[in-house]
Write a protein that binds this ligand. Structure first.
Ligand code: 13P
Length: 292
């Protein structure tokens, strides 16, 4: 009886003082999925992929600082933005001491040399980058990035102690032909070739069905859950159950404030990689704060 009273008092104190224990306690009692994620040690990751936007330093820093302010009290979610390379330094200066981390949209597998137009991981790291996108579908289709090159990028990102966000996903034709699992399996097999189990703690997978990117078509949550679960099973086969339980698998493709909650209710969806809706601080903050 005494211990029950003690627990109630502690919980009330936590809630009143808004401590992180209270945050996790609330999440646990409101969301069984959170309990599983916490047990597995997975913290949701919300990424804002700005792509080729915005077009000025002033707009980029204002977007980043507004986001930093709107997420100042966010707990239990990791947040990263991927600005265009010319804006990495100014954006980094306005997100210092905030909850927002910095990511690069692409990299090359060499450190330096005669590679016009390339950006290396040591340069990204030097300006404060912690995450790098590898194999985004726009890189695969528009810039002809191939799986062996993506694999080299991932190895270089990991060698330099950065986190690699490997983007995979099928096209509309492949989806309609029922080939989503096969496409993801092939991309994972090729892109993670020779990546060691030790390195896997720095790998994030973003499942982004190409037909859902920028189209307003969201993958139905049950279909997304099935494929995320399948991707986790592929990781389990290759690396074992502990790594599979811990790996973050994000969903990307027309994620908006009004659909994030239902996606995040799915047990194998661990966050989102957001394009269009990350270009205004308010909408991305609503996505980041989906649980509040
Ligand atoms: P949208 O959110 O605009 O569909 O873009 C998704 C994406 O490509 C994120 O990397």
């Amino acid at each position: 009886m005494l211990s029950a009273t003690f627990i109630v008092v502690v919980v009330i104190v936590c809630i009143v003082t808004k401590s992180s224990y209270a945050y996790h306690f609330q999440r646990i009692i409101t969301n069984r999925r959170s309990l599983q994620m916490i047990a597995d040690g997975r913290v949701p990751l919300m990424g804002g992929n700005w792509k080729l936007n915005p077009t000025s330093t002033a707009a980029a820093t204002s977007l980043a600082s507004e986001l930093a302010a709107l997420t100042a009290t966010t707990k239990g979610v990791d947040i990263v933005v991927f600005p265009p390379s010319p804006f990495l330094v100014p954006v980094n200066s306005v997100i210092q001491n905030s909850n927002v981390k910095l990511g690069g949209q692409n990299c090359y597998h060499e450190n330096s040399g005669a590679y016009t137009g390339a950006i290396s991981t040591c340069m990204l790291k030097d300006v404060g980058v912690q995450y790098v996108l590898c194999g985004h579908s726009e890189r695969r289709t528009l810039f002809k990035d191939k799986d062996d090159g993506i694999n080299k990028k991932i190895k270089k990102v990991l060698k330099d102690d950065l986190k690699a966000v490997l983007c995979i996903g099928e096209t509309k034709d492949e989806y309609e032909a029922g080939l989503n699992q096969e496409v993801c399996a092939i991309q994972i097999m090729k892109d993670l070739k020779d990546i060691t189990p030790e390195d896997m703690s720095n790998v994030i997978i973003a499942y982004e069905p190409v037909w859902a990117i920028g189209t307003g078509l969201v993958c139905p949550k049950e279909v997304a859950q099935d494929i995320h679960k399948y991707i986790r099973s592929l990781i389990e086969k290759k690396y074992g159950s502990e790594i599979a339980r811990k790996i973050i698998i994000q969903y990307g493709g027309s994620v908006k404030p009004d659909n994030i909650k239902e996606l995040m209710e799915m047990p194998d969806i661990d966050g989102a990689l957001v394009g269009g809706a990350s270009l205004t601080a308010q909408s991305f903050a609503l996505i980041v704060n989906y649980n509040q």
